[in-house]
Design a protein around this ligand. Structure first.
Ligand SMILES: [Mg+2]
Length: 304
């Protein structure tokens, strides 16, 4: 059972007061930005954007946005430099010296393109359906079509991508179906991947999200403070924040806590406060190409 964050702020305050650095892993839609009927119009409230920018510039803080949108989309939608961005539910990661594309993500690309062709007529068949092709995956939104369209869309999507599909799988989100490569990799994997590359091993992580795919991120780091944006009854997060419109205020409060932390830090006893440095380890683009080729070769051999 998740705890109402407002009633347990002192616990968070104590963790921040003892932290050597902070890392934020934030979802976008429904977390940083309110859910809107037209997904392409989703944007952060100006106050949230301002506090996010200020957080990202603070000494000792790293901000990562981990979204289901494509990397290019989420980068331009947030539009702040010095953040780490992860798109396509963790399949793509970019920021500072980090560059990552899941080595096998491209293996599903042909199947995704085929799916895109097959579902192209859906918005005509069911008014209000919106398609969001994202290169490595595709989202089929039905918020505008309404909940009554769900069954019809589900039947179509499940027939195109059955449970035993070799390359693709379907997940259900808030008023959408997500078709992505069948890989054992999700937002939680991306959060772990980034966190392993942070030099400060004691950095305090916040993982904040609102949807089912964020549930895969909440348990990914053992000591993280996890916050579900929405109700607290069916989430793996430790805390919940009922209303998305309070997210900017929450981030602002954490920013102030951190400023106080920096101001009160005794340099002799706290010598390690500094921007968490991201170290590039094994994931250079060159190595990814090599891994991708190896993955293709494996699949070719398996299909023989
Ligand atoms: Mg979300």
């Amino acid at each position: 059972m998740s705890l109402l964050l407002d009633e347990h702020r002192c616990e968070v305050e104590a963790r921040v007061a003892a932290a050597s650095s902070l890392v934020f892993y934030l979802d976008f839609d429904g977390t940083l930005a309110p859910i809107v009927v037209e997904p392409e119009l989703a944007r952060m409230a100006p106050e949230t954007r301002t506090v996010l920018e200020e957080l990202s510039k603070q000494e000792g803080i790293l901000v990562c946005v981990v979204s289901g949108r494509s990397l290019a989309d989420i980068k331009s939608r947030v539009g702040l430099s010095s953040l780490v961005y992860s798109g396509n539910h963790g399949l793509e990661i970019e920021g500072d010296s980090l560059r990552f594309v899941h080595p096998e993500a491209g293996c599903g690309r042909a199947a995704i393109e085929d799916l895109n062709r097959r579902v192209a007529g859906l918005p005509l068949l069911i008014p209000g359906v919106q398609l969001e092709p994202k290169g490595l995956s595709t989202t089929i939104h039905f918020r505008r079509a309404g909940p009554t369209a769900r069954d019809q869309i589900e039947t179509i999507v499940r027939s195109l991508v059955p449970a035993d599909h070799l390359d693709l799988m379907v997940t259900e989100g808030k008023m959408n179906y997500e078709v992505r490569p069948r890989l054992d990799w999700n937002k939680g994997s991306a959060v772990r991947w980034i966190h392993e590359r942070i030099k400060d091993r004691a950095a305090l992580a916040f993982v904040i999200g609102d949807d089912r795919t964020d549930e895969e991120a909440f348990p990914s780091l053992v000591d993280a403070i996890t916050i579900h944006v929405g109700p607290g009854d069916s989430t793996a997060a430790g805390y919940y924040l009922p209303d998305q419109s309070d997210l900017g205020t929450l981030l602002g409060w954490l920013l102030e806590l951190w400023k106080n932390r920096l101001g009160s830090a005794d340099p002799a006893s706290q010598p390690h406060i500094s921007r968490p440095a991201l170290a590039l380890k094994e994931s250079s683009p060159i190595l990814n190409v090599r891994l991708r080729r190896a993955a293709v070769d494996r699949r070719r051999q398996a299909s023989r």
